[in-house]
Design a protein around this ligand. Structure first.
Ligand SMILES: Nc1ncnc2c1ncn2[C@@H]1O[C@H](COP(=O)(O)OP(=O)(O)O)[C@@H](O)[C@H]1O
Ligand SMILES: [Mg+2]
Length: 260
Protein backbone atom coordinates (compact mmCIF):
# COMPACT_ATOMS: atom_id res chain seq x y z
CA UNK A 1 0.00 0.00 0.00
CA UNK A 2 2.73 2.48 0.92
CA UNK A 3 4.62 3.80 -2.06
CA UNK A 4 7.82 5.79 -2.07
CA UNK A 5 6.79 9.41 -2.10
CA UNK A 6 8.84 12.48 -2.66
CA UNK A 7 9.23 14.50 0.51
CA UNK A 8 7.58 17.70 -0.72
CA UNK A 9 3.81 18.10 -0.54
CA UNK A 10 3.90 20.42 -3.55
CA UNK A 11 6.53 20.72 -6.25
CA UNK A 12 6.33 23.27 -9.05
CA UNK A 13 8.87 23.52 -11.89
CA UNK A 14 8.98 26.00 -14.74
CA UNK A 15 5.26 26.68 -14.69
CA UNK A 16 4.02 28.92 -17.51
CA UNK A 17 0.54 30.15 -18.34
CA UNK A 18 -0.82 32.73 -20.72
CA UNK A 19 -4.32 34.02 -21.23
CA UNK A 20 -4.16 34.84 -24.95
CA UNK A 21 -1.47 37.54 -25.21
CA UNK A 22 -1.18 37.98 -21.44
CA UNK A 23 1.82 35.95 -20.21
CA UNK A 24 0.89 35.61 -16.53
CA UNK A 25 3.25 32.87 -15.32
CA UNK A 26 6.72 32.95 -16.86
CA UNK A 27 8.49 30.04 -15.21
CA UNK A 28 7.36 29.58 -11.62
CA UNK A 29 9.37 27.27 -9.35
CA UNK A 30 8.79 26.39 -5.70
CA UNK A 31 8.38 23.54 -3.27
CA UNK A 32 6.24 23.20 -0.17
CA UNK A 33 7.36 20.90 2.64
CA UNK A 34 4.82 18.53 4.14
CA UNK A 35 2.99 19.91 7.15
CA UNK A 36 4.16 23.46 6.55
CA UNK A 37 2.36 26.71 5.78
CA UNK A 38 3.56 28.31 2.55
CA UNK A 39 2.46 31.80 1.57
CA UNK A 40 2.36 32.83 -2.06
CA UNK A 41 2.48 36.59 -1.77
CA UNK A 42 1.71 38.93 -4.62
CA UNK A 43 -0.18 42.00 -5.65
CA UNK A 44 -3.63 41.85 -7.20
CA UNK A 45 -3.28 40.29 -10.66
CA UNK A 46 0.14 38.75 -9.99
CA UNK A 47 -1.12 35.26 -10.92
CA UNK A 48 -1.72 33.70 -7.50
CA UNK A 49 -5.14 32.28 -8.35
CA UNK A 50 -3.75 31.00 -11.66
CA UNK A 51 -1.12 28.99 -9.75
CA UNK A 52 -3.76 27.63 -7.35
CA UNK A 53 -6.06 26.68 -10.23
CA UNK A 54 -3.27 24.77 -11.97
CA UNK A 55 -2.33 22.98 -8.73
CA UNK A 56 -5.96 22.05 -8.08
CA UNK A 57 -6.40 20.76 -11.69
CA UNK A 58 -8.98 23.40 -12.65
CA UNK A 59 -6.65 24.85 -15.26
CA UNK A 60 -3.90 23.38 -17.46
CA UNK A 61 -0.44 24.90 -17.57
CA UNK A 62 1.13 25.79 -20.93
CA UNK A 63 4.54 24.55 -19.81
CA UNK A 64 6.32 23.18 -16.76
CA UNK A 65 5.32 20.52 -14.25
CA UNK A 66 3.58 20.45 -10.91
CA UNK A 67 2.84 17.70 -8.44
CA UNK A 68 0.67 17.67 -5.34
CA UNK A 69 1.02 14.99 -2.67
CA UNK A 70 3.29 13.17 -5.11
CA UNK A 71 0.77 13.18 -7.99
CA UNK A 72 1.42 14.97 -11.25
CA UNK A 73 -1.38 17.47 -11.91
CA UNK A 74 -1.33 16.84 -15.67
CA UNK A 75 -1.23 13.03 -15.70
CA UNK A 76 -2.93 12.14 -12.38
CA UNK A 77 -5.60 14.83 -11.89
CA UNK A 78 -8.08 12.51 -10.15
CA UNK A 79 -5.46 11.52 -7.55
CA UNK A 80 -4.58 15.18 -7.03
CA UNK A 81 -8.23 16.04 -6.46
CA UNK A 82 -8.51 13.31 -3.84
CA UNK A 83 -5.55 14.79 -1.98
CA UNK A 84 -6.64 18.41 -1.83
CA UNK A 85 -9.28 20.82 -0.81
CA UNK A 86 -9.68 24.31 -2.18
CA UNK A 87 -11.19 27.25 -0.36
CA UNK A 88 -11.70 30.15 -2.69
CA UNK A 89 -11.89 33.85 -2.18
CA UNK A 90 -15.66 33.66 -2.02
CA UNK A 91 -17.07 31.42 0.68
CA UNK A 92 -19.01 28.42 -0.63
CA UNK A 93 -21.33 28.04 2.35
CA UNK A 94 -25.12 27.82 2.07
CA UNK A 95 -26.74 30.84 3.72
CA UNK A 96 -30.09 29.21 4.42
CA UNK A 97 -28.63 26.26 6.31
CA UNK A 98 -27.12 26.38 9.78
CA UNK A 99 -23.36 26.00 10.21
CA UNK A 100 -23.83 22.46 11.44
CA UNK A 101 -26.18 21.57 8.55
CA UNK A 102 -23.58 22.83 6.07
CA UNK A 103 -20.95 20.57 7.61
CA UNK A 104 -23.25 17.53 7.74
CA UNK A 105 -24.26 18.09 4.10
CA UNK A 106 -20.65 18.15 2.90
CA UNK A 107 -19.78 15.14 5.07
CA UNK A 108 -22.66 13.20 3.46
CA UNK A 109 -21.62 14.29 -0.04
CA UNK A 110 -18.09 13.06 0.65
CA UNK A 111 -19.41 9.77 2.10
CA UNK A 112 -17.69 10.29 5.43
CA UNK A 113 -18.77 8.05 8.31
CA UNK A 114 -20.57 9.68 11.26
CA UNK A 115 -21.32 13.03 9.59
CA UNK A 116 -22.94 14.40 12.76
CA UNK A 117 -19.91 13.68 14.90
CA UNK A 118 -17.54 15.11 12.28
CA UNK A 119 -19.66 18.28 12.15
CA UNK A 120 -19.63 18.71 15.93
CA UNK A 121 -15.86 18.13 16.13
CA UNK A 122 -15.21 20.72 13.44
CA UNK A 123 -17.54 23.27 15.03
CA UNK A 124 -15.58 22.87 18.27
CA UNK A 125 -12.19 23.14 16.54
CA UNK A 126 -13.14 26.40 14.84
CA UNK A 127 -14.95 27.97 17.83
CA UNK A 128 -18.35 27.71 16.17
CA UNK A 129 -20.14 25.38 18.61
CA UNK A 130 -22.38 28.12 20.02
CA UNK A 131 -23.28 29.35 16.53
CA UNK A 132 -23.65 25.84 15.07
CA UNK A 133 -27.47 25.79 15.08
CA UNK A 134 -27.85 29.30 13.66
CA UNK A 135 -28.40 30.06 9.99
CA UNK A 136 -25.22 31.09 8.21
CA UNK A 137 -26.99 34.26 7.01
CA UNK A 138 -26.58 35.54 10.60
CA UNK A 139 -22.80 34.85 10.68
CA UNK A 140 -20.09 37.50 10.52
CA UNK A 141 -17.57 37.41 7.68
CA UNK A 142 -14.96 35.79 9.91
CA UNK A 143 -17.38 33.08 11.08
CA UNK A 144 -18.31 32.26 7.48
CA UNK A 145 -14.70 31.97 6.46
CA UNK A 146 -13.96 29.74 9.47
CA UNK A 147 -16.92 27.54 8.52
CA UNK A 148 -15.63 27.43 4.95
CA UNK A 149 -12.21 26.28 6.19
CA UNK A 150 -13.87 23.72 8.48
CA UNK A 151 -15.85 22.36 5.49
CA UNK A 152 -12.67 22.02 3.46
CA UNK A 153 -11.25 19.72 6.15
CA UNK A 154 -13.95 17.05 5.82
CA UNK A 155 -12.35 13.88 4.56
CA UNK A 156 -8.92 14.95 5.89
CA UNK A 157 -7.19 16.06 2.69
CA UNK A 158 -3.41 16.23 3.22
CA UNK A 159 -3.08 19.48 1.25
CA UNK A 160 -5.29 22.54 1.51
CA UNK A 161 -5.29 25.60 -0.75
CA UNK A 162 -6.58 28.81 0.74
CA UNK A 163 -6.89 31.47 -1.94
CA UNK A 164 -6.87 34.86 -0.21
CA UNK A 165 -8.61 33.56 2.92
CA UNK A 166 -8.98 36.97 4.56
CA UNK A 167 -9.57 39.33 1.65
CA UNK A 168 -12.50 41.57 2.47
CA UNK A 169 -12.52 40.75 6.19
CA UNK A 170 -12.14 43.32 8.94
CA UNK A 171 -9.02 43.15 11.17
CA UNK A 172 -10.78 41.29 13.96
CA UNK A 173 -12.17 38.61 11.64
CA UNK A 174 -8.77 38.32 10.01
CA UNK A 175 -7.20 37.43 13.35
CA UNK A 176 -9.88 34.75 13.86
CA UNK A 177 -9.18 33.24 10.45
CA UNK A 178 -5.45 33.26 11.17
CA UNK A 179 -6.14 31.19 14.28
CA UNK A 180 -8.11 28.74 12.11
CA UNK A 181 -5.22 28.43 9.65
CA UNK A 182 -2.76 27.79 12.50
CA UNK A 183 -5.15 25.13 13.80
CA UNK A 184 -5.03 23.42 10.38
CA UNK A 185 -1.27 23.33 10.28
CA UNK A 186 -1.03 22.15 13.89
CA UNK A 187 -2.70 18.88 12.81
CA UNK A 188 -0.14 18.29 10.07
CA UNK A 189 -2.10 19.53 7.05
CA UNK A 190 0.02 21.21 4.40
CA UNK A 191 -1.34 24.67 3.68
CA UNK A 192 -0.65 26.78 0.62
CA UNK A 193 -2.23 30.16 1.07
CA UNK A 194 -2.20 33.12 -1.26
CA UNK A 195 -2.35 36.63 0.03
CA UNK A 196 -1.74 40.22 -0.92
CA UNK A 197 -1.27 41.07 2.73
CA UNK A 198 2.35 41.17 3.77
CA UNK A 199 1.37 40.97 7.41
CA UNK A 200 -0.66 37.82 6.79
CA UNK A 201 2.31 36.01 5.27
CA UNK A 202 4.46 37.28 8.11
CA UNK A 203 1.98 36.05 10.73
CA UNK A 204 1.27 32.59 9.33
CA UNK A 205 3.85 31.23 6.97
CA UNK A 206 6.88 29.01 7.52
CA UNK A 207 8.07 30.11 4.09
CA UNK A 208 7.09 33.05 1.93
CA UNK A 209 7.44 33.31 -1.84
CA UNK A 210 6.84 36.57 -3.66
CA UNK A 211 5.24 36.19 -7.11
CA UNK A 212 6.02 39.21 -9.25
CA UNK A 213 5.95 39.67 -13.01
CA UNK A 214 5.36 35.98 -13.60
CA UNK A 215 8.18 34.62 -11.46
CA UNK A 216 9.05 33.88 -7.85
CA UNK A 217 11.46 36.69 -7.11
CA UNK A 218 12.08 35.75 -3.47
CA UNK A 219 11.52 32.52 -1.54
CA UNK A 220 12.54 32.02 2.05
CA UNK A 221 11.69 32.14 5.72
CA UNK A 222 10.64 35.46 7.18
CA UNK A 223 14.09 35.82 8.76
CA UNK A 224 15.75 35.19 5.39
CA UNK A 225 13.53 37.74 3.68
CA UNK A 226 14.31 40.36 6.27
CA UNK A 227 18.03 39.82 5.74
CA UNK A 228 17.58 40.86 2.09
CA UNK A 229 17.05 44.45 3.11
CA UNK A 230 20.10 46.66 2.62
CA UNK A 231 21.79 46.98 6.05
CA UNK A 232 22.04 50.77 5.77
CA UNK A 233 18.30 51.00 5.51
CA UNK A 234 17.83 48.83 8.58
CA UNK A 235 20.15 51.11 10.51
CA UNK A 236 18.32 54.17 9.29
CA UNK A 237 14.92 52.79 10.28
CA UNK A 238 16.35 51.59 13.60
CA UNK A 239 13.87 48.77 13.92
CA UNK A 240 13.29 45.27 12.57
CA UNK A 241 12.13 45.64 8.95
CA UNK A 242 8.61 44.47 8.24
CA UNK A 243 7.91 42.22 5.31
CA UNK A 244 6.49 45.28 3.61
CA UNK A 245 9.90 46.95 3.80
CA UNK A 246 11.40 43.85 2.20
CA UNK A 247 8.77 43.72 -0.52
CA UNK A 248 9.26 47.37 -1.41
CA UNK A 249 13.05 47.07 -1.32
CA UNK A 250 12.95 44.20 -3.82
CA UNK A 251 10.02 45.10 -6.03
CA UNK A 252 10.59 48.85 -5.82
CA UNK A 253 14.19 48.41 -6.98
CA UNK A 254 12.99 47.79 -10.53
CA UNK A 255 10.75 50.85 -10.70
CA UNK A 256 12.16 53.76 -12.64
CA UNK A 257 8.94 55.73 -12.77
CA UNK A 258 8.83 56.15 -8.99
CA UNK A 259 11.44 58.91 -9.14
CA UNK A 260 13.09 57.84 -5.90
N1 LIG B 1 -9.66 33.48 -17.52
C1 LIG B 1 -8.91 34.55 -17.74
N2 LIG B 1 -8.86 35.14 -18.95
C2 LIG B 1 -8.09 36.23 -19.19
N3 LIG B 1 -7.30 36.80 -18.25
C3 LIG B 1 -7.30 36.27 -17.02
C4 LIG B 1 -8.09 35.11 -16.70
N4 LIG B 1 -7.89 34.80 -15.40
C5 LIG B 1 -7.01 35.69 -14.93
N5 LIG B 1 -6.65 36.58 -15.89
C6 LIG B 1 -5.68 37.68 -15.75
O1 LIG B 1 -4.45 37.10 -15.39
C7 LIG B 1 -3.78 37.88 -14.40
C8 LIG B 1 -3.54 37.04 -13.16
O2 LIG B 1 -4.78 36.72 -12.58
P1 LIG B 1 -4.91 35.94 -11.21
O3 LIG B 1 -4.19 34.65 -11.30
O4 LIG B 1 -6.35 35.89 -10.87
O5 LIG B 1 -4.11 36.91 -10.21
P2 LIG B 1 -4.20 37.07 -8.60
O6 LIG B 1 -4.95 35.89 -8.08
O7 LIG B 1 -2.78 37.13 -8.15
O8 LIG B 1 -4.92 38.35 -8.35
C9 LIG B 1 -4.65 39.09 -14.19
O9 LIG B 1 -4.18 40.13 -15.01
C10 LIG B 1 -6.02 38.62 -14.62
O10 LIG B 1 -6.79 39.71 -15.08
MG1 LIG C 1 -6.65 35.74 -6.90
Amino acid sequence: MMVARQTEAIRVRGLEKSYKALHVLRGVDFEVARGSIFALLGSNGAGKTTVVKILSTLLKADAGTASVDGWDVATRPADVRESISLTGQFAAVDEILSGRENLVLVARLRHVKQPGKIADDLLARFSLTDAGARKVSTYSGGMRRRLDIAMSLIGNPPVIFLDEPTTGLDPEARVEVWAAVRELAARGTTVLLTTQYLEEAEQLADRIAILHKGRIIVNGTLAELKRLLPPAEVEYVEKQPSLEDVFLAIVGAGKEESGR
